[in-house]
Design a protein around this ligand. Structure first.
Ligand code: PSV
Ligand code: MN
Length: 429
């Protein structure tokens, strides 16, 4: 395996941090031991935790107004993989990449899989794209894709999804994530029931093409590009569609796809209750699908989501095995730094959720002791778990201080000399 950064650089940076980390880890171990928690057991769980990164997140996103590329940004899937390998080498928490087609199209997928493996990476869920037209495409998606009123357009969207499954098979994936931009901007523009019927009929053709062990992850979103209505607008539409399609269809929750103030942790619990929680797109937002770093605006919500996910791990239903993924592509930071910051925030919330005294929580809930139930969560949330993560990373060959080590590597400056300049324009590609 050839990893992108020099192991000496990481070891060198770590050597300057080790003494302080050991002190912090020891202090935390004594604090946790007082409540009967063995720190090494938590570290083992943290080591076993991982989250996939999106191939498109390796590039700087844009708004619909503009994109401001940075020098050294990746220009194709090969360069994106290199950047994802940097993220994983430093964080040791992101060993899988979720590709998006046709953005990541190549002629040799077996070769791409080997190329990724040589850098310590595998492929996660494949994402189809029927929300954008491609040059030379026979039928436009400007009025919809799987729910289009036009039979030929629906068929084209079905075939694209089936092609994604085929590509994913070659890449070693086992999930197809389907998000469609289908919806309306004007009242009366489409019939709500008929468009859902068309979506279900087309989606069932995609479902029928899933290999035996595959899952189809339905991603809901209540707005953008359609703002009056979307076909799979919320978790309710998503779970109904998943139930209608069959057991291999599950729901995927993207944190940025809800109305402000929606109780997303409750949605997680509901989907799990019915065995339909299939995956996550982590990010954060002030308004909607802002694609901010995970936990940057509302770290407490992220913790509460993980509290439900740990509950679900402890009480699994129908093979609970969610595909955890970051979905972000922001337009003002270095994407590698943002994904490092998100991976850290996500893993921190997982670790904090593991620290919740579930017995105390259950007892307080059962006896209607609201304050103690709340405090059971609060106590875990306020513990600084950073030393656990840093120790787990360092033991796996990663960096104690991921951002400082990344900056010391001068990766982006070096890539700026090798890579082509990314074009201007708007949007994420
Ligand atoms: C849509 O906003 C979304 O969250 C879907 O996951 C897409 O595949 C992704 O963003 C990239 O556009
Ligand atoms: Mn998403």
């Amino acid at each position: 395996m050839t990893l992108p950064l020099s192991a000496d650089l990481i070891a060198d940076a770590n050597s300057r941090e080790t003494a302080a980390l050991d002190e912090d880890y020891h202090a935390l171990s004594r604090k946790l031991a007082r409540t009967g928690i063995e720190i090494d057991a938590i570290k083992t769980r943290v080591t076993g935790f991982s989250v996939a990164v999106p191939s498109w997140g390796a590039g700087r996103g844009g708004t619909r107004f503009a994109k401001f590329p940075i020098a050294g940004e990746p220009t194709n899937i090969h360069e994106k993989l290199e950047d994802c390998a940097v993220i994983n080498q430093l964080s040791r928490a992101t060993p899988r990449v979720s590709p998006h087609f046709p953005w990541d199209r190549v002629s040799d997928y077996a070769g791409l899989r080997e190329e990724a493996a040589a850098q310590g990476l595998a492929f996660d869920a494949v994402n189809s794209n029927t929300f954008q037209d491609q040059p030379g495409q026979a039928h436009s998606y400007n009025t919809g894709s799987l729910a289009s009123t036009l039979e030929a357009t629906r068929q084209q969207a079905v075939e694209h999804n089936i092609e994604c499954i085929e590509i994913g098979r070659q890449l070693g994936s086992r999930d197809l994530t389907v998000w469609v931009g289908d919806g309306t901007n004007f009242p009366g523009q489409q019939d709500f029931a008929r468009s859902l019927d068309r979506y279900l009929e087309a989606a069932s053709q995609v479902y029928a093409a899933l290999p035996g062990n595959w899952r189809m992850l339905l991603e809901h979103k209540m707005f953008e590009p359609a703002f009056y209505s979307t076909v799979i607008s919320d978790w309710g539409s998503s779970i109904l569609a998943a139930q209608e399609l069959g057991p291999k269809a599950k729901c995927l929750v993207d944190l940025g796809h809800h109305a402000p103030n929606v109780n997303i942790e409750q949605i997680v619990a509901r989907l799990h209750r019915f065995g339909k929680l299939g995956g996550f797109h982590f990010n954060d937002s002030k308004y909607g699908d802002d694609d901010l770093d995970s936990g940057s605006i509302n770290p407490h919500q992220l913790f509460l989501v993980f509290n439900e996910l740990v509950e679900a791990e402890l009480n699994p239903r129908e093979g609970f095995d969610p595909a955890y993924m970051i979905d972000q592509s922001h337009n003002v930071t270095d994407p590698i730094e943002s994904m490092l910051s998100s991976a850290e925030a996500i893993t921190q919330c997982y670790a904090k959720a593991l620290l919740v005294d579930r017995e105390a929580l259950r007892h307080a809930q059962q006896t209607n002791d609201t304050m103690m139930a709340f405090q059971a969560l609060r106590r875990a949330y306020t513990i600084d778990v950073a030393p656990i993560l840093a120790k787990a990373r360092a033991e796996a060959g990663g960096a104690i201080d991921v951002l400082a080590t990344y900056r010391a590597s001068q990766w982006r400056t070096r890539k700026a000399q090798e890579r082509k300049v990314v074009g201007l324009g708007a949007g994420i590609v």
